[in-house]
Design a protein around this ligand. Structure first.
Ligand SMILES: [Zn+2]
Ligand SMILES: [Zn+2]
Length: 479
C-alpha cells in the first residue's frame, strides 16, 4: 500500500495555491506524479547510499556512480541528498510522533479518551483498508454513494494522501511488484519499503497503471480536490472536538485520538509495504515477496494475508479461512448485509484451491527430492533365468514381481528369520512374498525395491514396477 506520499508532495509551496483553489482542478490533475521523479540516477544512488535508505544495490544498469568513497561523504552528496528529501513528509512523520510523545508526558490519558482513540484508529484504518485499498485500488466490491463519501472521510482521517494518489501508486505496486517500477519495491529492504521511499524521492518513476476509472469517479475527484480542506477537520480537529465536547478532555483528544492515532495508523499501514512483503508464508505463489502472516494481519486490519491478496487482488477478502483475522472483510460483508455495499467479488474457489495445491506440491516435491528411490526398471540389467540361477550360487538373489533382488545384506534383519529368506534363494518368491508365506506391507515393498539388481528376462510374470511409495510421486512438468 502506498500511504502519505502524494499529498505531501503536493503541499510544497509551489503547489499550495493550486490545491487551495478548486477551480484549478485540472492543473492539479496534470501535476507529474510525483513531480520530481526524474532526477539523475547516479546522483540518486549516491544520495540513497549516503542516507542509508536503500539496502539493495543499484536498481538500474545505467551508470555506476559511487561518490561515497571509503566512508567519506562529500558536500556535493549532502547537497544532493537535501535536494531529494521530501521535507513535508519528513515533517509529518517526525513532528506528529514528537508531539504525541510530548502529549503523553504532559497529559493524563483518560479511559474515555483511550476508548475514543482506539475507536477512531479503527475508523481511520478501515477508511484505508476497506476504502482506499479494497474499494478504489482494486474495485473488489461496489459501494453505495453514502458509503463512498463515508470511506473518503474515514480514509482522509489517516492523513495518507487522497484516494486518487494513493490508489494510483498502489496499482503500480501490484502491476510491477518487486521490480524497480514498484514504488515500494521489497527488494530494496525493510527500511526503504516501510518509510524510506516516502522520505527520499525515488530514482525510478513508478510504472504506469490504468486509473481512467478514478479520473471519472466523482467521489474520488471530490475528495482529491478538497483533500487539504478535509484533513484538518477529520484528521486533527474532530478527534479533539469529540473528546472535548464529550467529556471535557480537549488536550487528551488532541494528543491521543489525534497525534498518537495518526502515528499508529501511519506505521500500521506502512507495515503492509514492509513486513507483509517480508514475514510469513507463501501459500499461493512464491515467485513474489508478498507473504501471509497473522502478525501483519493483526497490525493492518487483516491486510497481512498479503500473499493471497497479491494472487487474487480483486477478491474483497484477504483472509479466506473463518479463523483468520480480517476485520476489513467483516466490515465490507456487514456493509453488504446492510445494503450499503454490493457485488462483493470473490475469486473462484476452484482456482484458489488450485493455487494452494500447487504450492503444497512444491513443498512436498522438496521432501520427495530428499528421499532415495529404487532404481527404475529401465536402468536395470535384463538377466536370463540361467544367469540368475548361476549368480544365485554366489549371492543371495530372489525374484519378486519380476525383479531380481540381492537380499544378502538383509538376511540378519529379516523379521521372519534368516532361514526363510535363504529358502527362497535362486527362486521366484513372488507368491511367498505376496501372501503365500506372509503378506508383506507397503514398507516391506518399499524396502525390497531398494535391493533391486536386475530384471528377469521374459518375466516369469507381469513386472510390477511401481512400489507403494512411488504411486503418488510428484513429477515436475516443464512444458
Ligand atoms: Zn504488496
Ligand atoms: Zn492491493
Amino acid at each position: 500500500m502506498r500511504p502519505l506520499n502524494e499529498c505531501l508532495v503536493l503541499v510544497t509551496p509551489s503547489r499550495t495555491a493550486a490545491l487551495a483553489a478548486p477551480r484549478r482542478r485540472q492543473e492539479i490533475r496534470n501535476v507529474p506524479w510525483p513531480p520530481a521523479w526524474g532526477q539523475k540516477l547516479q546522483k540518486d544512488r549516491a544520495i540513497s547510499s549516503a542516507a542509508g535508505l536503500e539496502s539493495a544495490g543499484p536498481i538500474s544498469s545505467r551508470g555506476s556512480a559511487s561518490i561515497v568513497v571509503a566512508g567519506m561523504v562529500s558536500a556535493r552528496d549532502v547537497r544532493g541528498l537535501l535536494a531529494r528529501v521530501r521535507w513535508f513528509n519528513l515533517a509529518i512523520l517526525t513532528i506528529t510522533p514528537a508531539v504525541a510523545v510530548y502529549g503523553a508526558y504532559t497529559t493524563r490519558l483518560r479511559l474515555e479518551t483511550l476508548i475514543w482513540s482506539v475507536t477512531y484508529y479503527v475508523i481511520s484504518m478501515l477508511g484505508i483498508t476497506a476504502g482506499y485499498h479494497r474499494l478504489w485500488s482494486h474495485r473488489s466490491y461496489n459501494a453505495s454513494r453514502p458509503l463512498q463519501y463515508l470511506l473518503c472521510l474515514m480514509g482522509a482521517s489517516a492523513v495518507q494522501g487522497s484516494v486518487y494518489w494513493w490508489a494510483r501508486g498502489h496499482r503500480s505496486h501490484h502491476r510491477y511488484t518487486d521490480t524497480p517500477l514498484d514504488p515500494y519495491n521489497a527488494n530494496r529492504g525493510l527500511l526503504y519499503t516501510h518509510i524510506g521511499w516516502m522520505l527520499v524521492k525515488p530514482t525510478v518513476k513508478p510504472g504506469p497503471a490504468d486509473i481512467s476509472d478514478l479520473k471519472k469517479d466523482a467521489v474520488v475527484q471530490w475528495q482529491h480536490r478538497w483533500y487539504f480542506a478535509i484533513i484538518p477537520v477529520v484528521g486533527y480537529a474532530l478527534p479533539a472536538v469529540v473528546a472535548g465536547l464529550g467529556w471535557g478532555d480537549w488536550r487528551g483528544g488532541w494528543y491521543y485520538a489525534g497525534m498518537w492515532r495518526i502515528t499508529f495508523v501511519h506505521h500500521s499501514t506502512f507495515c503492509i509495504n514492509s513486513i507483509a512483503h517480508y514475514l510469513g508464508d507463501s501459500p499461493f505463489d512464491d515467485r513474489k515477496t508478498a507473504r501471509d502472516h497473522f502478525l501483519s494481519a493483526l497490525l493492518t486490519m487483516g491486510e497481512g494475508y498479503h500473499n493471497f491478496h497479491h494472487q487474487f487482488p480483486m477478491d474483497y477478502r484477504n483472509a479466506i479461512k473463518w479463523y483468520q483475522f480480517d476485520p476489513t472483510k467483516w466490515f465490507i460483508a456487514a456493509c453488504g448485509a446492510l445494503g450499503l455495499a454490493s457485488h462483493l467479488r470473490v475469486f473462484p474457489e476452484n482456482e484458489i484451491r488450485k493455487g494452494a495445491l500447487a504450492m503444497q506440491l512444491k513443498k512436498l516435491k522438496k521432501v520427495q527430492d530428499g528421499i532415495r528411490w529404487p532404481v527404475q526398471m529401465d536402468d536395470l540389467p535384463v538377466v536370463s533365468w540361467d544367469k540368475f540361477k548361476k549368480e544365485s550360487e554366489e549371492r543371495v538373489l530372489v525374484i519378486v514381481s519380476g525383479f531380481i533382488h540381492d537380499v544378502g545384506g538383509f538376511l540378519d534383519e529379516h523379521p521372519g528369520g534368516r532361514a526363510l529368506l535363504l529358502g527362497q534363494r535362486g527362486k521366484d518368491a513372488t507368491a511367498a512374498f505376496c501372501g503365500g508365506v506372509y503378506e508383506h506391507g507397503n514398507a516391506a515393498y518399499n524396502l525390497l525395491s531398494m535391493m533391486r539388481v536386475g530384471v528377469l528376462h521374459g518375466g516369469v510374470e507381469h513386472v510390477k514396477a511401481i512400489t507403494p511409495g512411488e504411486r503418488l510421486r510428484i513429477v515436475e512438468r516443464l512444458n
